[in-house]
Design a protein around this ligand. Structure first.
Ligand code: GLC
Length: 492
């Protein structure tokens, strides 16, 4: 994509996030699997994506949807075999798609053999109870009692996910070895999970009470504490250096660092890019969106844009169905890599929750199966009984949208194609109330109306892509007013 051979391949890449359990089932057991992913890669390639990111598929008791890993160097039987992973990597490369895996270094599953065989690799309280007041991300205290030893261990997430002690050399070496293992199998990079939680205060001091709202939304009692000791330790760089050494020089490393952009610099000394969570969480309001973009632009191309993933409500449920096209326009025209969560390209909304839930933190609703074909059982996802129902999508399945030039899917394809033409740099331009507008390179202008009434926009030349192509075609003069939810990419 980049004319300049010295630019890294990922500079403006589109990375498509696949949640393997929900993408495509190949054997009728109701769970998606790696062979299913391979069978559907043509969809991702046709979208124009540069890479796929696969959420975890390693052996796991699935207390946290696979983010509780019991063996970092194998494939869970529900997803297939190592041979299937190898075949998937080859199939992706054949289509020009690079492959990123999800590595979860902060914690293992409580069923990982290390927990029994190498308890010294974990963080323990030296008291008969919790060591401090830290809270777990999904609620409750961050300490639980190990039935076997009677001692209390730290878990930043579910009790089934004990935290590793990242000040230990053996932990660092073992996890670097995991990256090395997958690099040798041909992967092109990693999304590194929960990096802000990797390293904590060495003295395990109490978190003080919060003096204001948390910098990014937190669940439960985490928001009542200023989490200055339970994460983001000042010597994080040492741990990251050791971890990232396992990836070699060419791999793309994407940090999931759940902190605002102005706290991310120490992480960017070791990973290539970090997700811009402020934009994901920004209210769909021009001022809030502008501020979130400006904050991430300060990272100078090292922000990975993301508007949805498997952890948060899907776009129609967050920004409103009316605004999903403008959200796509925004994400796909910002400078730097962008992540698209499977189903976003269809305008997929959250599905129903489940009782009892698979995920106790309520995230089942964001993880329903892909909708391939409205005429096939379960939308073409499985011939069996799906682990979550394959809910209908308002705009129709992949098959229904593929031939429709006015569909959401066509909008994603067109914008991804146009992305390559946008040129370097970005500048926010002054615009009236309710509008976000910016210049890309020397020729392109983007404008979108986030308000609930029509709003005037600056003059912008000729339309390249309007959010609703049936209302304004390519080549038309850019309108001077946008209805709610509308936007355009234009050439001056
Ligand atoms: C990340 C993952 C999330 C998981 C958590 C703990 O935030 O995206 O799904 O629950 O880490 O591993």
């Amino acid at each position: 994509m980049n004319a300049d051979a010295h630019e890294p391949w990922w500079r403006d890449a589109v990375v498509y996030q696949i949640y393997p359990r929900s993408f495509q089932d190949s054997d009728g057991d109701g769970d998606g699997d790696l062979r299913g992913v391979a069978a559907r890669l043509d969809h991702v390639a046709a979208l124009g994506a540069d890479a796929i990111w696969l959420s975890p598929f390693c052996p796991s008791p699935m207390a946290d949807g696979g983010y509780d890993v019991a063996n970092y160097t194998d494939v869970d039987p529900r997803f297939g075999t190592l041979a299937d992973a190898d075949a998937l990597i080859v199939a992706a490369h054949e289509r020009g798609l690079r492959v990123l895996l999800d590595v979860v270094p902060c914690h293992t599953s409580i069923e990982h053999p290390w927990f029994a065989e190498h308890p010294e690799r974990y963080v323990w309280s030296d008291r008969h109870g919790p060591q401090n007041n830290w809270r777990a991300a999904f609620g409750g205290r961050a300490w639980s009692r190990d039935e076997r030893s009677g001692r209390w261990y730290l878990h930043s997430f579910y009790p089934e996910q004990p935290d590793l002690d990242w000040r230990r050399d053996d932990v660092r070496a073992a996890m670097a070895g995991v990256l090395d293992f997958w690099i040798a199998r041909g992967v092109d990079g990693f999304r590194l999970d929960a990096l802000d939680r990797l390293l904590k205060d060495p003295d395990l001091r109490d978190d003080p009470p919060a003096s204001g709202p948390p910098p990014l939304p937190e669940q439960g009692e985490c928001a009542t504490l200023d989490m200055r000791h339970s994460r983001n330790a000042p010597d994080i760089g040492d741990a990251l250096a050791a971890l990232c050494a396992g990836a070699g020089r060419d791999a793309l490393l994407v940090g999931e660092v759940y902190l605002p952009a102005d706290m991310i610099a120490p992480y960017l000394e070791h990973v290539d890019v970090a997700f811009a969570f402020e934009l994901l969480h920004a209210r769909w309001h021009a001022g809030a969106v502008r501020a979130a973009i400006a904050s991430a632009l300060a990272l100078e191309g090292r922000a990975a844009w993301v508007l949805s993933n498997h952890d948060f409500p899907r776009l129609p449920d967050r920004v409103g169905m009316r605004n999903i096209r403008a959200a796509a326009l925004l994400a796909l025209t910002l400078p730097g890599p962008v992540f698209v969560y499977q189903g976003d390209e269809l305008g997929m909304a959250d599905g129903p929750g489940r009782e009892p839930p698979h995920d106790r933190a309520g995230r089942d609703r964001h993880r329903h199966p892909m909708r391939w074909d409205d005429d096939a059982p379960h939308g073409g996802f499985t011939t069996g009984d799906p682990w979550l129902p394959a809910v209908e999508v308002v705009g129709g399945s992949v098959a229904a949208q593929a031939g429709d030039p006015d569909s959401v899917l066509a909008l994603y394809r067109d914008l991804i194609e146009q992305r390559r033409e946008l040129g370097e740099g970005m500048e926010l331009v002054a615009a009236g109330e309710g509008v976000v507008a910016y210049r890309r390179g020397v020729q392109h202008v983007v404008a979108l109306n986030l308000d609930d009434r029509p709003r005037p926009v600056p003059p912008a030349g000729e339309i390249v892509r309007f959010t609703h192509s049936d209302r304004c075609r390519r080549g038309a003069t850019a309108p001077r007013e946008l209805a709610p939810g509308e936007g355009f990419l234009a050439r001056v």
